[in-house]
Design a protein around this ligand. Structure first.
Ligand code: GTP
Ligand code: MG
Length: 288
């Protein structure tokens, strides 16, 4: 897992290498500042991270500075109600549908029964795309036709899960900009209708952020959160970007748990996000 993270953060680490080519015991404050900039950490946060640090920084000092951003630990095994309903939200092309396949794969590995809800009835071929994943992973799926009411799919999927004793419901939604009022009203309706089937559903509204967008996705997340309340984030496409440091900005500004990171296009390409591992992977490139 640790090595996998190292591979994923490869490009970010390459950017860092430009600043500190050889591993050392200590780095200067200026070097720390520069490498955070290279990794796309925003400047306000960099200033905060540098505050109180001496001019020469050891690994422990760098670690303590970075870990201070993360205020939570979400991978304590929580017990989930059954069915546990998750709704996957985000802008167009962020990686929602692929992430659903990954989550479903993970739950299946834990011997849980999963059903998918194809509530992206908006984009042409979205239903087919999720159906293909369902087939490939041998999962049941609840779907309707393109153009039909996505809320009905949400309701039917939860009802089906209750009737058949499924552990997990994962609902795909259409990509939407945080600024599209009508589409966001539709999201609210989907949430209301979910509650008609199961009062506490959805238990988790997960926002998918495209890791290649770097810190700019923070604004999106804030607007979605104001609108419907986000319970957790999954950052995708971190395999293809040097902006791995944006995770620090996301964690600091949004104060929402980062649940997983997406590291490729296959179902197994999802890593639970653990702040310690993430920071150590970066620091391994800098310090002896
Ligand atoms: N390299 C890489 N590609 C990814 C990752 N996650 C998703 N993708 C790719 O990103 C593209 C878009 O993924 P989708 O899952 O269709 O995105 P979406 O958010 O459902 O898109 P819409 O439904 O159109 O809004 C696809 O080509 C995926 O294979 C990831 O973690 N790494
Ligand atoms: Mg999709």
């Amino acid at each position: 897992m640790f090595n996998l993270l190292k591979k994923v953060l490869g490009k970010t680490n390459d950017a860092i290498k430009e600043v500190v080519p050889q591993k050392r015991k200590n780095i200067t404050k200026e070097e720390f500042e520069e490498l955070l900039l290279e990794a796309d950490v925003n400047y306000t946060l960099i200033e905060k991270l540098l505050k109180g640090l001496p001019n020469t920084i050891s690994r422990i000092q760098a670690f303590n500075s970075l870990i201070s951003i993360f205020h939570y630990d979400i991978h304590d095994k929580e017990s989930h109600p059954k069915p546990f309903v998750e709704m996957i939200i985000g802008v167009n092309g962020a990686g929602k549908t692929t992430t659903i396949a990954k989550l479903a794969y993970l739950y299946k590995e834990e011997n849980k029964k999963v059903v998918l809800g194809a509530a992206d009835t908006f984009r042409a071929a979205a239903i087919e795309q999720l159906s293909r994943w369902a087939k490939r992973l041998s999962l049941p799926i609840v779907a309707t036709q393109q153009g039909h009411d996505p809320s009905a799919v949400v309701y039917d999927t939860i009802e089906s899960a209750k009737a058949k004793g499924y552990d997990h419901v994962i609902i795909d939604t259409a990509g939407r900009l945080h600024t599209e009022k009508n589409l966001n009203e539709e999201l609210k309706k989907m949430l209301r209708v979910a509650k008609k089937s199961l009062p506490k559903a959805p238990h988790r509204k997960i926002l998918i952020l495209d890791g290649t967008q770097g810190s700019s996705s923070i604004n999106q997340a804030k607007v979605f959160d104001e609108y419907i309340g986000i319970d957790g984030i999954i950052v995708t496409k971190l395999d293809g970007t040097a902006k791995g440091g944006s995770i620090l900005s996301i964690a600091d500004e949004l104060k929402m748990p980062i649940l997983y990171i997406g590291t490729g296009e296959q179902p197994q390409d999802l890593i639970p996000f653990r702040p310690n591992d993430y920071i150590n992977t970066i620091l391994d490139e800098i310090f002896l």
